[in-house]
Design a protein. Structure first.
Length: 509
């Protein structure tokens, strides 16, 4: 909606004020106040309503309200003496009294982020903070998140120039969603108390203005760079996971015939990360539907490669050679469509594992990490390659880094098992066995993780624990043998292959 007040035009869709066609700089909070008064010009707007809408119901002093009203008057050429446009009703509230003409906003075409066929979109707003010492967090973190999220290729991220116009915004997030055309907003607050700083972040669904995820980060004031790095490392991975999960839940409520390529893709992710034969088959079907709907959709092809990789790695298929060939073909297509996509590069690296080309996989995995330094699954995959190449120290360190970046990752169990197995190889057998045992007990952990737990406990001399996991393996996959395990884990070193074979052989595999 557009409202004309004399020489001024208020455009709600663009969230801007113009005078004689020229843009007038206005603080977002002041502009929100103007829209509230103009849209309710037929009645009095009470102070309570003003505070609830503009400040989210927080305790606000009368002087703060008066300051914003004064600014609203000034941008329209009004003042507190004449009150030609905005009238104060003492003790009650305010009312917009000037004549206003209203009309539909000028919309040319469809908003690029409004379509259900588009990738999910997000705006990262500057964090609320009253302490200028903390600008490295309040402005620096949102800016870095915008850059980092853009690298993922799975989100459309609004540029800083637009999202930072909402500095100090505390109104309804549905309005931000409508103005910027985004499905999600990330907001935050920064507080300092004594020698400590606390940062809260919230991911909001702009369609419903509900919070779908939030977290608290704390640290020392004299270590703000560490706090900043911790937030970036965790939030980027978490947002990708939370948004994908939310998109999949949305997609479940729609008819399969109405699913967009992106909706099918997110449903596919939910299935393949369950790491079982039936879900992987469903995931593959969703990915194939996604690439059929949009053949140029790089991540749909990457998803197909992932599902085919899982068929080969877990030996779900009767024709492993076909799965290996299809995994590589789909990964090559994904990279060809978008060589800057970290997921496509990751899948290319994983596909090469299946062909026992570990050395060739390394540049692809490292490129994936270079494209998105906080991409936990790429960091884990590089750790796994170190493990297979018997580079235990590097594998241990990288697996730990992946866990720190994405503690709720659907592949957390795999990251933890890689971390523990490398630790056992380095000599910390008891500690490594405990870590792998924990990984094997996670809900999504597949039978190969159980085999890793059995091996580590056997190395540690913990016979009861080793026999426990041996029994679990037989119940879940009676066909698993040392040869099958080493097909999925083709260790480069003969000594390591012998250690693994001996441990599994002792347990009857």
């Amino acid at each position: 909606m557009r409202y004309r007040v004399g020489e001024h035009v208020l455009d709600l869709r663009k969230f801007e004020l113009r005078k004689n066609g020229c843009l007038v700089p206005v603080e977002p909070q002041v502009l929100s106040l103007l829209f509230l008064l103009v849209e309710n010009r037929d009645r009095l707007v009470t102070k309570e309503e003003l505070v609830a809408t503009i400040w989210g119901g927080r305790a606000i002093s009368d002087s703060a309200i008066s300051s914003r009203i004064k600014s609203a008057r000034q941008v329209l050429g009004d003042d507190g003496d004449t009150q030609r446009l905005i009238r104060t009703i003492h003790g009650k509230g305010f009312r917009f009294v000037e004549e206003v003409s209203a009309g539909a906003a000028e919309i040319n075409g469809t908003h690029p982020f409004a379509s259900g066929d588009s990738k999910p979109s997000i705006a990262v707003l500057p964090f609320t903070c009253d302490d200028p010492r903390l600008s490295i967090i309040s402005d620096g973190v949102p800016h870095d998140l915008i850059v980092g999220l853009s690298r993922l290729r799975s989100l459309t991220v609004i540029a800083r120039g637009s999202s930072f116009r909402f500095r100090g915004w505390s109104g309804d997030m549905t309005q931000v969603g409508a103005i910027l055309g985004v499905a999600y907003c990330l907001t935050g607050t920064v507080h300092a108390a004594g020698s400590r700083v606390a940062v809260t972040v919230e991911l909001v669904d702009t369609a419903t203005s509900t919070t779908i995820w939030g977290d608290l980060y704390e640290g020392d004031l004299d270590k703000l760079h560490e706090v900043r790095e911790n937030i970036l490392a965790n939030v980027i991975c978490t947002l990708d996971l939370q948004i994908s999960h939310h998109e999949a839940e949305r997609a479940r409520s729609r008819s399969p015939d109405d699913l967009s390529a992106w909706s099918s893709y997110h449903l596919g992710l939910q299935h393949v990360f369950r790491f079982n034969r039936a879900d992987n088959a469903q995931g593959l079907q969703h990915f194939e539907q996604a690439r059929a709907r949009d053949p140029g959709f790089s991540q749909a092809h990457a998803g197909v490669s992932f599902a085919r990789f899982q068929n080969a790695f877990m030996q779900y298929s009767d024709d492993i050679d076909v799965e290996i060939a299809e995994a590589r073909r789909a990964a090559e297509t994904a990279v060809g469509l978008d060589e800057q996509d970290p997921t496509a590069n990751l899948m290319m690296g994983r596909a090469l594992w299946l062909e026992d080309e570990l050395e060739s996989s390394v540049p692809w995995l490292e490129r994936s990490i270079a494209l998105c330094p906080n991409y936990a699954q790429a960091i884990y995959s590089r750790a796994f390659t170190h493990l297979l190449m018997c580079e235990a120290k590097s594998g241990h360190d990288k697996a730990g880094a992946a866990i720190r970046r994405s503690p709720i990752d659907p592949l957390h169990y795999a990251m933890l098992s890689c971390y523990g197995f490398n630790q056992a190889i380095l000599g910390g057998v008891s500690e490594g066995a405990i870590a792998v045992d924990r990984a094997a007990r996670e809900p999504r952990a597949h039978v190969m993780i159980a085999a890793m737990a059995a091996i580590c406990h056997e190395w540690d001399g913990n016979k009861p624990a080793a026999r426990y996991w041996a029994k679990e393996i037989r119940a879940r996959d009676p066909k698993l043998t040392a040869k099958v395990f080493l097909t999925s884990f083709p260790f480069r070193g003969e000594a390591m292959r012998k250690r693994v074979t001996d441990a599994l052989g002792t347990l009857g595999f």
